[in-house]
Design a protein around this ligand. Structure first.
Ligand code: HPA
Length: 273
């Protein structure tokens, strides 16, 4: 993508002209948190296709949107619909909305997703705070010419998920009586569900969960100087650990079942940030 800096500024300028409030926190509504969008007191929705330079959806009728609104007294900005690498987007396109959110003044990102459980202590429905990631995409959004106006060439990645935000999330979970685990998320391209041998490899590498998103966005957010909180919903145990074959419908069903609890949790975290 040429002139990325100018493009991001143009996207942000379009949004700034119409946006209401000054959100410091952004949320990516992954599978299972779609319904969370409904608990936002909305003030404005902008379809991705209306925003200059935003990636164009590859799936007809699946265009995502930015939602501006409030949770309690807190201004928030939510992304309903994300761009996955497996859809054919470049890494820069996958993370493009994050450049724009940073430009709009967003400092904290809460990223949610559905994942497969590798840690045998997990079960479908387990919610996991992401403590660290393993990037198995063999690509990342920082490759290419670096524009220092965004961030440094060689960013530190020793705390990809903010310890402060994790502490807030743990505290909120305890107050709400929500059980959770903590672990390492391995990001893979997909779109096929892994082989049993791949899951054994990821287990040996120290991964507790595997999914097809979140890692590119986390890398970029850190590079841009944003704090990230990642929460995964284990929708199925990974290949070879589960005796059943995976289906997308099964994943969505489990994600939806956990959606209310996850929504309450995210809401409580937003109020505390
Ligand atoms: N693997 C990868 N991504 C996933 C899975 C899985 O088992 N479940 C939900 N997203």
């Amino acid at each position: 993508m040429e002139n990325l800096y100018e493009k991001v500024k143009e996207s942000a300028a379009y949004i700034e002209k119409i946006m209401i409030g000054k959100p410091k926190t952004g949320v990516v509504l992954g599978s299972g948190l779609g319904r969370f969008g409904e608990s936002i007191e909305k003030s404005l929705e902008i379809g991705y296709s209306d925003i200059p330079h935003f990636p164009v959806s590859t799936v007809k009728g699946h265009d995502g949107k930015l939602i501006f609104g409030k949770i309690g007294e807190t201004d928030i900005l939510a992304m309903k619909g994300r761009f996955h690498f497996y859809e054919g987007y470049s890494m820069k396109e996958v993370v493009y909305p994050f450049y724009v959110m940073k430009s709009l003044g967003v400092e904290n990102m809460i990223v949610t997703n559905a994942c497969g459980g590798i840690n045998r202590g997990f079960e479908p429905g387990t919610l996991m705070i992401i403590e660290d990631f393993i990037n198995m995409f063999k690509d990342n959004p920082l490759i290419g010419i670096n524009d220092e106006r965004f961030g440094t060439r060689f960013p530190d990645m020793s705390e990809p998920y903010s310890k402060d935000l994790i502490a807030i999330a743990e505290n909120a979970a305890k107050l709400l009586g929500i059980g959770y685990e903590k672990g390492v998320y391995a990001g893979v391209t997909g779109p096929y569900y892994e082989t049993a041998a791949e899951i054994r490899m990821l287990n040996t590498m120290g991964a507790d969960a595997v999914g097809m998103s979140t890692v590119p966005e986390t890398i970029l957010a850190n590079y841009l100087g944003m704090k990230v909180l990642g929460i995964s919903c284990v929708t199925n145990m990974a290949t070879g650990i589960s005796k059943e074959k995976h289906t997308h419908d099964g994943v969505v069903e489990t994600a939806n079942a956990a959606s209310e609890k996850l929504g309450q949790w995210v809401e409580a975290v937003i109020k505390e940030i």
